[in-house]
Design a protein around this ligand. Structure first.
Ligand SMILES: NC(=O)c1ccc[n+]([C@@H]2O[C@H](COP(=O)([O-])OP(=O)(O)OC[C@H]3O[C@@H](n4cnc5c(N)ncnc54)[C@H](OP(=O)(O)O)[C@@H]3O)[C@@H](O)[C@H]2O)c1
Length: 315
């Protein structure tokens, strides 16, 4: 099969495209013929070797952490899925998704209805679920809450705005002026252009801040939260964690770093809302597998508007 892989950790120049052996499903696994693989910032962080603890050192390493496609074969003991099922799957940091075929544990594979295009489905497990879980598991957004989405026009942000609106919040999105129309169209009530205003200057303004731009920290962003408010960080860093936790020791304000979880009930919620048209999947660019390096360079530029997707040509 054709696949995108690295032989060593490093820059985009380490990305290779070529022939690899087809995987075979082990007990409890499903072999998926991949139609689309989402490109997430975590993919280039893995490629750079920043997450070695989770991704390991097993080279050649096929990149890619979430896919959508069709079941081609099932391993021993798999009864809930069958060849021909349209599915999507969140994979581990060990990757495997940027390829024509990938094996995934059946517990990570969810069937998707025909109404949901595979390219859109491939973007739900990371960028979609992260804000969904931020606003329902970590901070329970209530109708009327003031929600700030820092990085509103990116993969996570475009989902976050829409999910917060579904939950009844008033949403302020932070992005550059060129993306103001996009975030407004997704439902943002207000837009802050970070080139002309620093949202941190607002006082007691927000119940929750989702920091998808990775530049809001405590104590700097603390005063703009209301009493009992929460800053949710998506980029894990020990020093930021210690500083954040220290600064809320005697405060009603909360600081949380979260990691997306593969929960089938949450994925089902996302599928239902996309199919009913309540959540729009914003895809900025699609690439062929062979163009994965270009996709990484664009993602790494920090300018993506919504999601990036690699397509294999399979349907
Ligand atoms: N912890 C987890 O489980 C988890 C899960 C998913 C993602 N993440 C992390 O969350 C972060 C966001 O992911 P993503 O997929 O949304 O990234 P992304 O799609 O690459 O985000 C790009 C967007 O960020 C905006 N942006 C750049 N600089 C900004 C700034 N200073 N202020 C506000 N917006 C800014 C850009 O808008 P402009 O062009 O207008 O500047 C662009 O639209 C990444 O670091 C990712 O690794 C973590």
């Amino acid at each position: 099969m054709k696949a995108v892989y690295i032989d060593t950790y490093g820059g985009p120049e380490e990305i290779k495209f070529g022939e690899m052996d087809d995987p075979t499903p082990a007990k409890g696994e499903v072999l998926i013929r991949v139609a689309a693989a989402s490109v997430n910032p975590v993919d280039w962080k893995i490629r750079e070797g920043r997450l070695k603890l989770f991704s390991g050192r097993n080279f050649p390493m096929i990149l890619g952490t979430e896919v959508a496609g069709t079941v081609e074969e099932v391993g021993e003991g798999v009864t809930s899925l069958a060849p021909g099922n349209r599915v999507f799957a969140g994979l581990s940091h060990k990757g495997g998704g940027y390829a024509e075929r990938v094996c995934a544990d059946q517990s990570k594979v969810i069937q998707i209805p025909v109404e949901l295009p595979l390219g859109e489905a491939s973007t739900l497990a990371v960028a979609g679920l992260t804000p969904m879980q931020a606003f329902t598991l970590h901070y329970h957004v209530q109708p009327g809450d003031e929600v700030l989405v820092n990085g509103g026009s990116g993969g996570v942000g475009t989902y976050a705005i829409q999910i917060a609106k579904i939950l009844g919040a008033r949403v302020t999105a932070v992005c550059s002026a060129r993306n103001a129309a996009l975030v407004k169209q997704l439902g943002a009530d207000e837009v802050i252009d970070y080139n002309t205003e620093d949202f941190r200057d607002r006082r007691n303004a927000f119940d929750v801040i989702l920091d998808a731009a990775a530049n809001a920290f405590f104590p700097g962003a603390k005063a703009c939260l209301k009493k009992g408010g929460m800053l949710i960080k998506l980029n894990l860093s020990l020093s930021a964690f210690i500083r954040g936790k220290w600064s809320v020791l005697f405060s009603t304000k909360k600081y949380r770093m979260i990691l997306v979880k593969n929960r089938s009930e949450d994925l089902q919620w996302m599928i239902d809302h996309v199919i009913s048209g309540k959540i729009q999947v914003v895809i900025d660019r699609t690439y062929s597998l062979e163009e994965a390096r270009k996709a990484h360079e664009y993602s790494q530029s920090g300018r993506a508007r919504g999601k990036l997707v690699l397509k294999t040509g399979a349907v």
